[in-house]
Structures are given as structure tokens and as C-alpha cells.
Write a protein that binds this ligand. Sequence first.
Ligand SMILES: [Zn+2]
Length: 169
Amino acid sequence: MSNPILIDPLRYVREGRVQSGTIAVAALEQRVLDDLADDRGEVSWTLTGFRDPLSRPSFRLVLEGKVTVGCVRCLENMVYDLRCDSVITLFTDEERMEAAVDADDTLDAILIVAEEEFDVAALIEDEIIMGLPLSPNHGECGEEHLLRAKSDRQNPFAVLAKLKGSRSE
Ligand SMILES: [Zn+2]
């Protein structure tokens, strides 16, 4: 389970704070790890508090890191370059939030409780899940294997033979 990163969300916005950090993938919640092929790597984050043009309290969350996902075609692991840059609008009133989302379906909105601590780690986890590709794939699976075989100094024909074997199963 990840360590919570607690902030007072409205104060964070009011003071226009910017905070950064790095989370090890291995420290993320199981719900994120379920979408990944292994727990290597880390994700760096920067959270900025600001008011949007409608004067609504907002967060800008930028994530960057390399995570491992499984290719849906060949089932081999692949490193995915995770980059997210999201604006999240904060609401303290559920009805207002629903009205705003109805008016703008691209709005990334969350409901917060004023004066209550907010866990940035949970938000980072949500955004990582949303930032992952739905069906990750190498594009050119075979090429990727040959490249990897070369860099691993393995015999590429052995890898090909293994591939052929697994394909006929
Ligand atoms: Zn592949």
C-alpha cells in the first residue's frame, strides 16, 4: 500500500503551491499493479494548485515515468513511457460537480471535503490507471524481440524458435 501524501486541498490552491516527488511503482496500490506486468520503475509527479478561468479550485498533475505493461499481441513485457498532464477540477458540492460535468464532459472532476485532508497518492494512482494504454502493444512485436535478443547478446534464432513454438500452442 502506498504512503498517503496528505494536503489541505483548498489551502494548497489558495497558496498556489507546487509540490513534487517520486513514487516507486512497487509502492503503488494493488489496483494499479493489477494493470502492470511488474513493479519495476518509478513515477515522478508534480502537483500545482491554481484557480481555473472560472475561478474553480483546480490541480494540475504532471506524471512521468517508465512502467512495465504486457503486450496484448505477444504477451511479452514492454516498457511504457507514462506521461500524463491532467487538470482536475475540485468541487465541494456534489450537485455543482454533476452540473459542471454535464456541461463539459471532458472535465476531470473530483469531490473533496473542505478542511479535510486529501491524499495526493490516491489521485496519482487514479491518473496512472487512466494514463495507461487500453491495449498496449509493441507495434512490431517481432522487431522488438530481435532488438532485445541482440542487446541481450542472445542468439536471435533461438528467440525466433521460441516464438514459433509459443505461437503454435
Ligand atoms: Zn508484442
